[in-house]
Design a protein around this ligand. Structure first.
Ligand code: BDR
Ligand code: CA
Length: 311
């Protein structure tokens, strides 16, 4: 199996990404889960990650807490989407599964330092603070990174937090700037593709029917999560952003990508966190990211339903 570190801010869609990865041990070896402040404060994202380990029966997966705020800007959270717990929809409790004493950035650096070149894939599904801090503190880890498969950014869809910016990039644009310029292969799952995987009533019912206790809890999370987009945009279901990263690792053929240059806006307050995706390669700048632009949504949900049923 492919060794990965999942860096997340759960969040219902992060929780589904964790569940999809934890249900796929044949393909993915989760070296650790690192939490970052984002959808809700760090104290809640690390707890929610531990709850997901327990829910998925994967207390062999260690959880580390990282940065409690972005590198430069003040933390912006998203309780209006995820609820005040970050995982509204299921019952929240203090998990037994412990938080590791080590800082997430130390865990990332030490794990990569001990790995072979191209040994570890990083899967960030929240603001990129932990990843950028690790890269800045220990640039010698860069050759160890096989690929960074991240959720963040937007091109033709526009932003979901401001007209220009997607949430993860907006929360820590300086970290995103560092990551997109780090020189390692990047796969970016932005809103262009995540808005194609909607949790329609039919798809959620299929997960509920096929699955056991864990899948049913995930259905409860999804039914809470989708109410935000349904109320705001009148959509059938909500966009399952973060699981696109794990689905890509499991079934890359579900996605269409283009190798492009992506730059992150860090100066203009108006367009802060915008991902300038050079889709038509007009700048001649170096190609630094594989930008996902289409996904086979039915294939994605077939995979998700089948895997969640295993939990
Ligand atoms: C991203 O922002 C968060 O609310 C979600 O968890 C996802 O990572 C989507 O813009
Ligand atoms: Ca997230």
């Amino acid at each position: 199996p492919r060794p990965i570190i999942i860096d997340c801010d759960p969040g219902q869609d992060d929780a589904v990404a964790l569940a999809l990865a934890m249900a796929s041990p044949d393909e993915l070896e989760i070296l650790g889960v690192t939490a970052v402040a984002g959808n809700v404060p760090l104290r809640l994202t690390e707890r929610n990650a531990r709850i997901m380990c327990e829910l998925c029966g994967r207390t062999d997966v260690a959880v580390y807490a990282g940065a409690d705020r972005p590198m430069v800007r003040d933390l912006v959270t998203a309780e209006e989407v995820h609820g005040e717990t970050g995982l509204n929809g299921i019952e929240i409790y203090e998990p037994v599964h412990p938080l590791q004493p080590k800082h997430a950035v130390d865990f990332i650096i030490e794990t990569l330092a001990a790995a072979a070149d191209d040994g570890v894939t990083l899967v960030p599904t929240g603001p990129l603070t932990n990843i950028a801090l690790a890269i800045r503190r220990a640039p010698s880890i860069l050759p160890k990174i096989r690929e960074i498969v991240l959720m963040g950014g937007a091109m033709r869809e526009g932003g979901n937090s401001t007209p220009s910016a997607e949430f993860n990039i907006l929360v820590d644009p300086h970290a995103a700037h560092i990551v997109f310029r780090c020189g390692r292969p990047i796969v970016a799952m932005g809103l262009d593709v995540t808005h194609q995987v909607m949790t329609t009533a039919v798809r959620v019912a299929a997960i509920e029917e096929a699955g056991g206790k864990a899948a049913r809890a995930i259905v409860d999370l999804l039914r809470y999560y989708e109410r935000h987009d349904e109320a705001k945009y009148g959509s059938d279901g909500g966009p399952l952003h973060d699981p696109c990263t794990i689905a890509y690792l499991l079934r890359p053929e579900l996605f269409s990508l283009k190798h492009v240059h992506v730059a992150v806006e860090t100066a203009s307050e108006l367009t802060m966190g915008h991902t300038a995706v050079d889709f038509w390669r007009v700048t001649g700048k170096p190609l630094n990211a594989h930008w996902a632009h289409h996904v086979d949504a039915d294939g994605f949900f077939a995979l998700l339903t089948e895997r969640l049923a295993r939990l």
